[in-house]
Design a protein around this ligand. Structure first.
Ligand code: RB5
Length: 148
């Protein structure tokens, strides 16, 4: 699995922690930035990650900002992206099983580091169940097509 990861200044520290975890478990990733905690605009980082997942260059994406909200809103503007903002382990598992979420958004100012890493681990290791859930995802895709 290849992961695209990015943050803004508000999520920079967690991005670095997640990179250390991915390295430890041998998961390939690309860091789309930023390279320090200077103030940046989260859409500038959500867009390339979302596009690289949507076009298949990367299998999944992880985005971190202060709340995770801005990143998730921006990522979900890209067709084919199902970005889930997650703050608990149950949702991390179910959003993979039911929504086949392909981008995970996290809020560094919202959850502690231990929980954040458990969410990342759970989300990476949970699989889409297909079946009736695929029908629902197809309906989401149909909404994208309506946007022309
Ligand atoms: C940056 O101050 C903050 O607005 C951003 O990290 C994020 O929380 C936006 O949703």
């Amino acid at each position: 699995m290849k992961i695209a990861i990015a943050s803004d200044h508000g999520g920079f520290l967690y991005k670095e922690k997640i990179k250390a975890y991915l390295t430890e478990v041998g998961i390939e990733f690309k860091d789309f930035g930023p390279s320090d905690e200077n103030s940046v605009d989260y859409p500038d980082y959500a867009k390339p990650v979302a596009e690289s997942v949507a076009n298949g260059t990367y299998d999944r994406g992880i985005l971190v900002c202060g709340t995770g909200i801005g990143m998730s809103i921006a990522a979900n503007k890209v067709d084919g992206i199902r970005c889930a903002l997650v703050s608990d382990v149950f949702t991390a598992e179910v959003t993979r099983q039911h929504n086949n979420s392909n981008v995970l958004a996290l809020g560094q100012r919202v959850i502690g580091e231990g929980l954040m890493l458990l969410i990342v681990k759970t989300w990476l290791n949970s699989e889409f169940e297909g079946g009736r859930h695929q029908n629902r995802i197809d309906k989401i895709s149909a909404i994208e097509s309506c946007n022309g």
